[in-house]
Design a protein around this ligand. Sequence first.
Ligand SMILES: Nc1ncnc2c1ncn2[C@@H]1O[C@H](COP(=O)(O)OP(=O)(O)O)[C@@H](O)[C@H]1O
Ligand SMILES: [Mg+2]
Length: 309
Amino acid sequence: MLGLGDGEVGVIDPATLFVDGDDARAILDGTPGDRDALLRRRGNGPFEARVCARDAVLAGATLRLVQFTDLGADRALAARLDGQRAELETLTRRLMSVQEDERASLSRELHDDIGQAITAIKLCASSLMHEPDPPRTSVVTETAHEIGQIADQTVAKLRDLSLLLRPPQLDALGLEAALRWQAGALFRSELPRIELDIPPLDCRPPRDVELACFRIAQEALTNVLRHASAGRVALHLQCDDVELRLRIEDDGRGIPADHRAGLGFITMRERARLVGGALRLDSRPGRTTVEAVLPLPQESDARVGVLQG
Ligand SMILES: Nc1ncnc2c1ncn2[C@@H]1O[C@H](COP(=O)(O)OP(=O)(O)O)[C@@H](O)[C@H]1O
Ligand SMILES: [Mg+2]
């Protein structure tokens, strides 16, 4: 650190290590303690160090022990870490925004291109069914009927997928309607039963908070469907002047202790963090709760619009 060669430490005058004579006197002769000081580095410029001075008694003699820690290196490391953290955050934001754009464009593609193509298949099948010449055999009729059915099912699936990728309700009607729609679309069968506690919100949260809340709910609800074997799932939404709270609770088997760390939880946490909030997870057999607390901006001009009724 000081650029000294082997054996030199014991023979040089320690006072010459200090740039400032006051520092040298205080550390070498004053009361033991800690102090920041500028030190000389052989072959290089001075550097900032934390100097800790202590006294020790050895064979009846009092020795002053001095320890140096290079603060420059610590600070450079801290600055590098800060830089990397900021870079990672920018990257994550960019990733989320690219993901949303990508979803929107996929949704458009699915609807405009593939949806139209399947409708065309259905029209062909239908014209085949109604073609009087050549005479129809039962095989042709049945096949045409089947083509029509498959096309219908595919269009329905595509529609669901397209809505899942980009729920139109979120932009148009707001968070509450979008959550109701999503819950209804996911929980069509009898079990698990879904209970919604979504009171009308007084204020409309900013778009990024709404989107974060919606995507977290979407992932948490999908997790219940895929993993929980639950009989009941409840979604609560709560909003006051300060924050938006989303809680999704199921009575399923609980998250296994050795569960795979999935992208779902990572993304939920990131989404909450990027709007300044946090995600809490509490799970045991019979009860799993995922809660997102998302702060709302406090300046009144940052609020967007007011929902009627
Ligand atoms: N509500 C739940 N009940 C039981 N297990 C769950 C629940 N949610 C998540 N898990 C478990 O946690 C794991 C990680 O979830 P997640 O990060 O969303 O990844 P993925 O859903 O892609 O597996 C799941 O694979 C599952 O084992
Ligand atoms: Mg998941």
